[in-house]
Write a protein that binds this ligand. Structure first.
Ligand code: BGC
Length: 740
């Protein structure tokens, strides 16, 4: 009997650890040592739960939450904080209260620095490519991929969600952002952040605000009136923040109207927190904190990545009552409530294996919707397999892969840089190609053709190769990275001359662009087709091939204007370029001169500027062709319900998707003589199919901001309604009247 009991106890002891593992589903498991706390009750609101934790916290614990610890792997020789996941930032948890650490990773276009831990991350198409899809579901999916892979790698916060509007088309980070229109960018980035947070990972939107160029980013002072700010760059943030309620908003490096963005009472306290009701926390960009008392009182909640200002100095300021205890509590409340709201406390992170196949499938789906067919003369595309017997591929390392963007958005390529695999990892400032070979994908789709590749380093041999082929496809690349803007709109490395020489040798020349943003095209009239593939991600090679051969029908539309040349830009020369320290790789050093940046016609951002200044763009905002054709008809507007209705018909022979765009023109009294995007719908239509589209106007997107009264106003009067397939291809026009 005694023996039996002993055996039972032993058996139970042996089985217990295993049964614990099998009984607890991975994402819901609480650690065995978990002590339950009153705030574990999921039926309570995140705010209530945060307050309950806050009541138990010591001063030291509160101070510990409001700054990061160290630089992780970002600085050579810097120690890793114990327990950190080697991402860009880390804030220790409070074990006794069951509050986990915050482990955050850069993840603008996929999780950064995963190779450091021998892990894999999916490289998505650039964020600008995502914006070219105008597909809100694709944006959600994009965020889901990032959130899912962050979780799998042990992170619980994303620092992606780039949102700065394209005011400077040469900006090195445009590929991380969502274009030049506030309504498009706000909606796309908002959905992206929702996708991240759907995975129980905290989301972030950055860089708040007006960090629209890298040149002198650490010192430049953007001077802009409230109306222009609120109706453009800040409107984009407002839309996304209200939609997604992200955990974090990262304030930027630059100054706005004289104050650093991270100690700017107007931006942080008055607009973000008071007007928009943002409940999350403001974290500084890395070393963008410049003070303790001013920053804390202006609304900065957390210094990243270290504790120069929000460590001992904040403690001293609290003791001296220069910063109130209420304010410190508010900082903590914001962080804690965001952790509860996103679910990172209820669903603790459990490392698992990233699924590269699922990642690639998602990336490729987004890429196929994101590649813009800019020109297609005489139906050059799609190519017909079997018809073009000799296809010459030229340049852009199209034999091995596709280009990615650099800086803190750089994702590590599996197997190392495809053009230099023996040197493995990524190096800041060096272009990284991903192993998704357009050549291999094209060979697969055209098995009977002779598909050759030549590097394009030698223009004469490239021209000879083109001459001997039925079709020549030039892959032109432009590497862009955080910390540096492009000096001009031209493709680098004499690729314009290469394309011209190839086009002169072969009348069937197609150009595939892999660029961070818009480029000029002096050769445009001489080539028959152009595809803007941006940085197309890990499925890029296959996506480009599918579109070239009509396996997929292009449906993307430009989220950004392509200018003919620099002389058509608001600033022909980048402001601050001359003052920028020539050897710096990071937008200019912190002691660089502070130059004022007054954007010309600042209210007329992007395509609006071209209209106001009567400049003809090379390709207009919203432009993008398809292999089928669409017709717009039967416009109905209704001022009472504020709706616009119209019919889109696929009049071509192929199925395809159209992004039907709705622009408004405000009443004359508004003093805004330009189009404003007010809505759109992406519709998939079979050949001959028609669809009635109804768009309800959102007053918040077509209002004006009254500086003096400090409020929004929907002007009474007649609004011009314009519907079509691009900002410069308006098919239907009407007027809608709003009374007071
Ligand atoms: C960038 C941020 C990034 C941070 C951490 C900064 O230089 O501006 O976008 O999240 O570094 O890597």
């Amino acid at each position: 009997m005694v023996l039996t009991r002993f055996r039972l106890v032993l058996a139970a002891a042996l089985i217990a650890p295993f049964s614990l593992v099998t009984l607890c589903p991975a994402q819901k498991a609480k650690p065995a040592s978990h002590v339950s706390h009153p705030w574990d009750d999921k039926t309570l609101s995140p705010d209530r739960r945060a307050d309950m934790v806050l009541e138990q916290m010591t001063l030291e614990e509160k101070l510990g939450m409001v700054h990061g610890i160290g630089w992780g792997v970002l600085r050579e020789g810097a120690p890793y904080p114990a327990d950190s996941n080697h991402g860009a930032g880390y804030v220790p948890g409070i074990a006794r209260l069951g509050i986990p650490k915050i482990d955050l990773a850069d993840s603008a276009v996929g999780v950064r620095m995963s190779a450091f831990d021998g892990r894999y991350s999916t490289l998505l198409p650039s964020a600008l490519a995502l914006a070219s899809t105008w597909d809100l579901d694709a944006a959600h999916l994009y965020g889901e991929v990032i959130g899912r892979e962050l979780r799998a790698q042990g992170y619980n916060m994303s620092i992606g969600g780039g949102m700065d509007l394209t005011r400077e088309p040469r900006n090195g980070r445009n590929f991380e952002y969502a274009g030049e229109d506030p309504v498009l960018a706000g909606n796309m980035v908002g959905r992206l952040a929702m996708g991240v947070q759907s995975q129980h990972v905290m989301g972030d939107i950055k860089h708040y605000a007006l960090n629209d160029q890298e040149t002198l980013r650490n010192t430049i002072n953007v001077v802009m009136d409230k109306r222009a700010m609120r109706e453009t760059d800040l409107l984009a943030f407002e839309i996304a923040i209200k939609m997604a309620e992200p955990a974090g908003v990262m304030c930027s490096y630059n100054k706005v109207n004289g104050d650093w963005a991270c100690e700017n009472d107007y931006l942080l306290n008055q607009v973000l927190k008071k007007d928009w009701g943002f409940k999350g926390w403001v974290l500084s960009d890395w070393e963008a904190t410049h003070s303790t008392v001013k920053a804390a009182n202006a609304g900065l909640d957390q210094e990243m990545p270290g504790e120069d200002y929000f460590g001992q100095k904040l403690k001293d300021a609290i003791t001296a009552r220069q910063v109130s205890m209420d304010r410190l509590n508010d900082m903590n409340h914001r962080i804690l409530r965001s952790m509860f709201a996103a679910g990172v406390i209820d669903y603790p992170i459990q490392r698992s294996v990233v699924d590269p196949f699922k990642g690639k499938e998602d990336a490729q789906h987004i890429a196929e919707e994101s590649i813009v067919l800019l020109k297609n003369e005489g139906g050059q595309l799609p190519l017909v397999a079997g018809k073009s017997r000799r296809i010459a591929l030229i340049g852009g390392h199209a034999d091995v892969g596709v280009l990615s963007g650099g800086g803190s958005a750089q994702v590590d390529a599996p197997g190392g840089n495809a053009i230099d695999p023996q040197h493995g990892g990524t190096v800041w400032g060096k272009p990284v190609y991903f192993p998704s070979s357009p050549m291999k994908a094209i060979r697969k789709l055209a098995p009977s053709a002779s598909v050759t590749y030549i590097s394009g380093d030698d223009t004469a041999s490239a021209a000879t190769a083109a001459k001997d082929a039925d079709v020549a496809v030039v892959f032109a690349t432009q590497f862009m990275t955080e910390g540096a803007d492009a000096p001009t709109l031209s493709l680098p490395d004499e690729q314009d001359a290469l394309i011209s020489a190839v086009a002169a040798a072969n009348p069937h020349t197609i150009v595939v662009l892999e660029t961070g943003g818009p480029v000029s095209m002096p050769w445009l009239a001489n080539v028959s087709a152009v595809l803007a593939a941006w940085y197309p991600g890990i499925g890029g090679g296959e996506s480009i091939a599918d579109l070239l051969f009509g396996q997929a029908n292009p449906s993307a539309k430009l989220p950004i204007t392509f200018a003919k040349s620099e002389s058509d830009l608001p600033e022909p020369n980048i402001v601050g370029w001359a003052e920028r320290y020539p050897t710096s790789d990071n937008g200019g050093p912190r002691h660089a001169p502070s130059v004022d940046l007054h954007y010309k016609d600042s209210l007329a951002v992007g395509y609006r500027w071209y209209e106001v200044n009567k400049r003809q763009p090379l390709f207009a905002f919203g432009h993008g062709l398809s292999y089928t054709t669409f017709q717009y008809s039967t416009l109905h507007v209704d001022g009472q319900t504020r709706t616009v209705q119209f019919v889109v018909t696929n009049t071509g022979k192929l199925p395809g998707a159209e992004v039907a765009q709705l622009y408004v023109r405000l009443p004359q009294a508004a003093g805004e003589p330009f189009q404003r995007l007010a809505g759109w719908e992406r519709v998939q239509l079979a050949s001959g199919e028609k669809r009635t589209i109804t768009i309800k106007l959102n007053p918040a997107w077509i209002s004006t901001f009254d500086d003096k009264a400090d409020r929004w106003q929907l002007m009474p009067g007649d609004y011009g309604i314009e519907v079509g397939g691009a900002s410069d291809a308006i098919s239907l026009k009407g007027t809608i009247h709003f009374s007071e």
